[in-house]
Design a protein around this ligand. Structure first.
Ligand code: HEC
Ligand code: HEC
Length: 275
């Protein structure tokens, strides 16, 4: 099933004023409608997960889609959190597994799989939680996670303005058509300048409210770290978590855009594109 922008969680970041720092709240009112328009126009289809397809399974998947899980999890690969297949494998045959996992989902927390915390889900109805947990734990063992991205992925080489050569795991420009940026980079530009610029600065130039993300990447922040920070957030420091509002793909697109900006390959303002 695909994400669509009418999902109720699409608006969760905005719906809860407690989660939104003051500056953000003020500007948000004015630009929210326009921003949602751009999201609707560029609605993202994430790849469908294809586990067993009996009726209860579909039911659990629908419940998962109605929540924010897909921003951080996939069936068979690590995203921000472990794959569901890996979770099923770890708890297979263990008494009390359903209760343990249900508690993890409801209360969130870190340390079972790594350092990154999972957000709590106190509002998930018991019936939803039970169905989701039963579905996850019943997933068949499919061995190791497949690599996060195609292992044999191409490398894209660019020469920067200062003459340095860089190699990226994704293209910035449509092949043979620089400076026309790819669809991903262009959508990253749109997403960034709809949701991130208010604190991180127009066109990824930094501001007094939040770090310059170009500097974060220059200092070695990986795409996985970027994705985790964007999805989990750091509310105590004023960084909202975007899980349930932005998809994994959308956040990866903002990363590609910021990386293009950092390297000086993508200009400020609306980059040349076919869109
Ligand atoms: C903001 C990102 C994020 C969201 C949203 C999220 N998770 Fe997680 N999830 C994680 C991380 C990170 C971990 C690993 C936590 C740890 O190491 O203890 C995790 C762990 C888990 C586990 C393993 C729990 C255990 O006890 O071992 C399950 C199952 C799970 N998540 C399911 C879900 C479901 C279902 C949803 C939606 C209702 C969801 N997650 C939403 C990031 C997320
Ligand atoms: C309401 C203001 C606000 C918005 C909007 C916002 N951020 Fe942030 N962001 C912050 C703050 C503040 C920090 C620093 C948090 C900290 O120090 O822990 C931060 C930190 C980050 C970091 C980690 C940077 C580092 O060097 O550690 C990433 C990555 C990030 N944000 C991505 C995003 C993305 C992507 C968006 C848009 C989808 C976004 N942010 C929108 C306020 C915001």
């Amino acid at each position: 099933m695909a994400w669509d922008c009418t999902r109720r969680n699409r608006q969760s970041v905005h719906a809860d004023p407690e989660r939104i720092p003051g500056v953000w709240r003020i500007v948000m009112g004015a630009t929210f409608v326009a921003a949602m328009g751009s999201v609707a126009a560029y609605a993202v289809q994430t790849p469908a997960a294809e586990p067993a397809s009996d009726a209860p399974a579909l039911d659990a998947e629908t419940r998962i889609e109605a929540s924010d899980c897909a921003s951080c999890h996939a069936v068979d690969r690590t995203v921000v959190g472990p794959s569901y297949v890996e979770v099923a494998g770890r708890y297979r045959g263990q008494p009390g597994a359903a209760e343990t996992v249900a508690r993890s989902i409801r209360d969130g927390g870190a340390g079972r799989w790594g350092e990154i915390p999972m957000t709590a889900h106190p509002d998930l109805a018991d019936a939803d939680l039970e169905a989701i947990v039963a579905w996850i734990l019943a997933l068949p063992d499919e061995g190791e996670d497949r690599p996060a991205r195609d292992a044999a992925a191409a490398v894209y080489a660019y020469t920067l303005a200062d003459g340095a050569d860089v190699e990226l795991a994704f293209p910035i420009f449509v092949e043979g058509q620089a400076p026309t940026v790819t669809r991903d980079v262009f959508r990253g530009y749109l997403m960034y300048n709809s949701y991130c610029y208010r604190c991180h600065g127009q066109d990824a130039t930094g501001s007094q409210f939040a770090p310059d993300l170009r500097v974060s990447l220059a200092n070695g922040m990986t795409v996985e770290e970027y994705l985790a920070m964007a999805m989990v957030g750091d509310e105590a420091q004023g960084m909202p978590g975007w899980a349930g509002f932005l998809t994994e793909e959308e956040v990866r697109q903002t990363y590609m855009y910021v990386e293009g900006r950092r390297l000086g390959l993508v200009p400020g303002g609306r980059p040349p594109s076919d869109y």
